[in-house]
Write a protein that binds this ligand. Structure first.
Ligand code: UD1
Ligand code: CA
Length: 457
C-alpha cells in the first residue's frame, strides 16, 4: 500500500459569500461544505488529512472533532495558496508518499475522480499532476499553458495572463497530487512576484518543468465536479447537484419520489424500498425510514427512526423521534424531540408531542398536547386533551396506564397518573391520581336558567 496524505485549504474567509460564517462551513445537503472534499479525500485513501485553517479556525476544527485522521495547521495570514500549503508541512513531517491538495470549497468532487487522478499520476511516475477542466467560460480561473507538443509548462492566473493566455480554455481546478519529496523540496522556492503579491501554489508546476521533472495535467471527466463555490448562487447550484446525486441513489435503491427536484434529502439518510416521498419533503441527516412508508407533501423530518409501513401525512414536522411500524402521523402534527411511539399508534391533526412514550395501538387523533408523559398501550386520548406539564418552574410527568380512555377536553395537571383501564370523563381536570378500573369526573354541575335570554332583552 502506497502512502497517501491530503492537504485541504480552508483558511480563507470567502468574502463573496457576504456572510458572518466562513464559506467552508456553509451547509450543503446537510454537511458543512468542507466535509464533502474531506470525505472524498478519505474515500480515496488519504491518512492523514491536514486542514489549513485561519478564519474561524475553532469552528472548522469543531466539525472534525474526534476524527483520528484529521490534523489542523494554522495559517495566520492568508498570503496565498503556496503559503497555505507551506503551513501544512509541519503537520506532515516524516510523511513519505503522495500528497493530494484540495480546496475546502469544492463540495462536488468525488473520490472516484481523485482515484483516477492518482492512478494517472502514479502510472506516469509524475512529480506533480494537476486536475484541469475545459470550460466555455474560463474567466477568473488559472489557465493551463502547454507548449507546442502539448506538455504543460505553467499555470497563469487570470490577473497575470496576457490576452493570448486569457483565451486558453483549460483551467486549473486547484486540485493536485504530487510526490512528498518534490513538495517538501520546492514549496519554499515559490516567490510572490505577481499581480496579487501572493505565493501561488501553481508556481510548483513551472518549478517542476524547470527541473525537468514529470509535470502533468489531467482534464477531469466531468467539469461540474471541480466547481468551486464562491458565492451563494454557486452554493445553491452545488446543493442542487448534490441533492440530485443523493435522490438518484435512493431511487435506484427502490424509493419512489413523485418529484425528485422538490425533494430535499440530506447526506446520511437511509430509506427502505417501496417508500414513497411526495414533493416538498425535507429529510435531515441521521434519519432512518423503513420500507413501504408513505411520506406526504411538505413533511419535515430530522433525526428520526421510522419503522416500516408508516404514513406521515402532509405538513407534519418530526424531530428526533422514534416510530414503530404502521404508525400514522398528521396531517399537520408536530413530534418534538424525545417522542417514542409503538406500533400502530395514531397521532392526528394538530397534535403536538414532546418527550413521551406511547404504547402499541394508542391514539391521539385531534388537537392535543402531550408532553413529558408515559402512555400505555391501547389508550385513547380524546380531542383537546392537554398534559399540563409545566408549573412555571419545573416540568412534571403524566403517567397513563394501558387501556385508559381519556375523554375530550381533559387537562391532566402533572405530576399525575391515571391507572390502567380507567375512564376520565370529558371536560375533567385531573389533579389527583386516578386508581385503576375507575371513573374520574370533575365537572361543575350544570345549571339551566329558564327564560334567562328573554329577561336580558
Ligand atoms: C486558485 C488557483 C487557480 C485556480 C482556482 C480554482 C492559485 C494561485 N490559483 O485561485 O489557478 O483556477 O484556485 O478554484 O492557487 N486559501 C488559503 N490560504 C490562502 C489562500 C487561499 O487557505 O492564503 C484557500 C482558500 O480558502 C480556498 C483555496 O485556498 O479554499 C483557493 O484560494 P482562492 O483564493 O479561492 O484561489 P483562487 O484565486 O480561486
Ligand atoms: Ca476560489
Amino acid at each position: 500500500m502506497v502512502s497517501l496524505a491530503s492537504i485541504v485549504l480552508a483558511a480563507g474567509k470567502g468574502t463573496r459569500m457576504k456572510s458572518g460564517l466562513i464559506k467552508v462551513l456553509h451547509p450543503v445537503a446537510g454537511l458543512p461544505m468542507i466535509a464533502w472534499p474531506v470525505a472524498a479525500a478519505r474515500d480515496a485513501g488519504s491518512d492523514p488529512i491536514v486542514l489549513v485553517i485561519g478564519h474561524q479556525a475553532n469552528a472548522v476544527q469543531g466539525v472534525f472533532r474526534g476524527a483520528a485522521d484529521i490534523r489542523c495547521a494554522m495559517q495566520e495570514e492568508q498570503l496565498g495558496t503556496g503559503h497555505a500549503v507551506a503551513c501544512a508541512l509541519d503537520a506532515l513531517a516524516g510523511f513519505h508518499g503522495t500528497v493530494l491538495i484540495l480546496c475546502g470549497d469544492t463540495p462536488l468532487l468525488r473520490s472516484e475522480t481523485l482515484k483516477a487522478m492518482l492512478a494517472f499520476h502514479r502510472n506516469n511516475q509524475a512529480a506533480i499532476t494537476v486536475l484541469t477542466a475545459l470550460l466555455e467560460d474560463p474567466y477568473g480561473y488559472g489557465r493551463v499553458v502547454r507548449d507546442n507538443s502539448g506538455r504543460v509548462t505553467r499555470i497563469v492566473e487570470q490577473k497575470d495572463a496576457d490576452p493570448e493566455e486569457q483565451k486558453i480554455c483549460e483551467i486549473n481546478s486547484g486540485i493536485y497530487c504530487m510526490e512528498s519529496d518534490f513538495l517538501f523540496n520546492n514549496i519554499r522556492g515559490i516567490g510572490n512576484d505577481n499581480a496579487q503579491g501572493e505565493y501561488y501554489l501553481t508556481d510548483l508546476l513551472a518549478i517542476a518543468v524547470r527541473k525537468e521533472l514529470n509535470c502533468l495535467a489531467l482534464p477531469a471527466a466531468d467539469a461540474e465536479e471541480i466547481m468551486g463555490v464562491n458565492d451563494r448562487v454557486q452554493l445553491a447550484e452545488a446543493a442542487a447537484i448534490l441533492r440530485r446525486r443523493i435522490n438518484r441513489e435512493h431511487m435506484l435503491n427502490g424509493v419512489t419520489m413523485i418529484d425528485p427536484d422538490r425533494t430535499y434529502i440530506d447526506h446520511g439518510v437511509s430509506i427502505g424500498a417501496d417508500t414513497t416521498i411526495h414533493p416538498g419533503c425535507r429529510i435531515g441527516k441521521g434519519t432512518v425510514i423503513g420500507e413501504g412508508c408513505e411520506i406526504e407533501g411538505e413533511v419535515s423530518i430530522s433525526g428520526c427512526r421510522i419503522g416500516d409501513d408508516c404514513h406521515i401525512k402532509a405538513a407534519s414536522v418530526l424531530e428526533e423521534s422514534e416510530l414503530g411500524e404502521d404508525v400514522a402521523i398528521g396531517p399537520m402534527a408536530h413530534l418534538r424531540p424525545g417522542t417514542s411511539l409503538g406500533n400502530n399508534v395514531k397521532i392526528g391533526n394538530f397534535v403536538e408531542t414532546k418527550k413521551i412514550v406511547m404504547g402499541k395501538g394508542s391514539k391521539a387523533s385531534h388537537l392535543t398536547y402531550l408532553g413529558d408523559a408515559e402512555i400505555g398501550c391501547n389508550v385513547n386520548i380524546g380531542c383537546g386533551t392537554i398534559t399540563c406539564n409545566y408549573d412555571g418552574v419545573n416540568k412534571h410527568r403524566t403517567v397513563i396506564g394501558d387501556d385508559v380512555f381519556i375523554g375530550s377536553d381533559v387537562q391532566l395537571v402533572a405530576p399525575v397518573s391515571v391507572g390502567r383501564n380507567s375512564l376520565v370523563a370529558a371536560g375533567t381536570t385531573v389533579t389527583i391520581d386516578v386508581p385503576p378500573d375507575s371513573l374520574a369526573i370533575s365537572r361543575i354541575p350544570q345549571v339551566n336558567k329558564d327564560g334567562w335570554r328573554l329577561k336580558k332583552k
